[in-house]
Design a binder for this molecule. Structure first.
Ligand SMILES: [Zn+2]
Length: 434
């Protein structure tokens, strides 16, 4: 069980709340929400009612304990170092390195690092060009254009948005919908899961309007705005004054996910003139890693699948909620043994031993494509480059159709990024509920 000592440690983390989207109390009530959804007409994968119950009617015991990990703002080397120090040394139960979502804004961003981070399998999402609340169409779409033109992120890969300072309006949501974004993640779940009126809803579509932030966002809720198929992924709060928040989610009736929402800039240890910030950062870094150590160990001890995921990965599971009981207990990594040697791969073992005369034999496809949600994503299968072009050429050529050449300079960069260890961080933005 998470010690009270550690919970006390969460306090300074919450104190960072007001820097980017401070929440001072419940942002929704059931009256204000006035939410009503016809579950018989709202079916996955394209529609999901706002609900505290897991998607697809799954029992909570069949649901992984998700920890969503995101970061906001400019991407620079210190920022990726910051994220890496929490994730690079970890593995999810399926053996994959955890992936996360980076909500990127234009100013001060190093786009070469955005490319690297995306290639490493992480999600890149939109956080406006100049970091403004209630952003205009140009702020939203301009940042998407920049991510494509400067970092090679294809428009189809750019699915998500978070409003700076969490300041969004009904018009923001409508603009995202018009621009064909898949989801927004600016809303807040600010009522604890221990409260009967909790707004810790699983991600839901806006076919029947919003159900979060109803006291905060004018014209929202009570059935508005109607944006069919467009998802909201609320941000789930820690509540230090209520005791063991994670355990309440973990052992709670509905195993709602929990989030770690970071701001690397706020607590970097690489600002040499800010000793106080650096010292504070070290405390935060230790605290977060201690929490993740505990969460992963506790889940493992109890036989629970505990996954650190990006919003993209989470949404893929919500759309197609595979019960934990149907997942391969050994994960999705294939161990391939041949007469002369063995190796491991995420992509299915070759059916026969590769040889000089048979360099790329047909591969065994995993039993069920559904668990693909947890397969590690690698760049070679992801379109990237201006207009969706791939680094290896104007069009993606599957490996099974011929030998592809991975640029040596690029692989060096990825390796470098993967091994980088730094000391910096910024985190969670919620202040206290009471
Ligand atoms: Zn921001």
């Amino acid at each position: 069980m998470l010690s009270y000592f550690l919970l006390a440690f969460l306090t300074p983390l919450l104190a960072l709340a007001s820097d980017d989207g401070g929440i001072t109390g419940p942002t929704t009530s059931s009256d204000a929400a006035g939410y009503s959804c016809d579950a018989s007409n709202c079916k996955l994968p394209s529609c999901n009612c706002a609900s505290t119950s897991p998607p697809g009617g799954l029992k909570p015991s069949d649901v992984p304990m998700f920890i969503v990990f995101t970061a906001d703002d400019a991407v620079q080397s210190y920022a990726l170092d910051s994220v890496n120090q929490f994730l690079a040394q970890r593995k999810n139960p399926n053996g994959c390195a955890p992936k996360m979502t980076y909500f990127t804004s234009l100013m001060y961003t190093n786009y070469t690092l955005v490319t690297d981070w995306f290639i490493a399998g992480n999600e890149i999402a939109d956080h406006t060009m100049t970091h403004v609340g209630d952003p205009s169409v140009d702020e939203i779409n301009g940042n998407a254009v920049a991510l494509n033109a400067l970092a090679g992120i294809s428009q189809s890969s750019l699915q998500g948005f978070r409003a700076p300072f969490l300041e969004y309006s009904v018009n923001t949501l409508k603009r995202l919908y018009a621009a064909k974004f898949t989801y927004d993640s600016s809303a807040t779940s600010s009522i604890p899961v221990t409260d009967p009126g909790t707004d810790a809803f699983w991600p839901y579509t806006l076919d029947y309007g919003m159900a979060n932030d109803c006291l905060e966002v004018e014209g929202s809720c009570k059935g508005q705005p109607v944006l069919p198929g467009f998802w909201e992924i609320p941000m789930y709060a820690f509540f230090d004054n209520l005791g063991d928040t994670f355990t309440a989610h973990y052992n709670g009736l509905n195993r709602q996910l929990i989030g770690l929402y970071t701001h690397p800039f706020l607590s970097t240890c690489r600002r040499p003139t800010q000793a106080f910030v650096n010292a504070s950062s070290k405390v935060t870094i230790g605290m977060i890693n201690q929490f993740l150590d505990w969460a992963q160990a506790t889940a493992q001890q109890n036989g629970v699948v505990d996954d650190i995921v990006s919003n993209e990965q989470l949404l893929a599971w919500v759309k197609n909620p595979v019960p934990v009981s149907q997942l391969d207990a050994n994960g999705l990594l294939s161990h391939c043994t041949f007469p002369d040697f063995s190796f491991s791969t995420w992509y299915g073992c070759p059916e026969v031993e590769p040889t000089l005369s048979n360099q790329n034999p047909a591969q065994q496809v995993p039993d069920d494509e559904q668990p693909r949600r947890f397969r590690c994503e690698y760049s070679i299968s992801r379109p990237i480059g201006p207009a969706g072009a791939n680094f290896t050429g104007p069009a993606y050529v599957p490996f099974s159709a011929g030998v592809s050449q991975f640029p040596s300079g690029l692989s060096h960069l990825i390796l470098h990024a993967s091994l980088a260890v730094g000391l910096l961080f910024g985190i969670v933005k919620f202040s206290k509920h009471f």
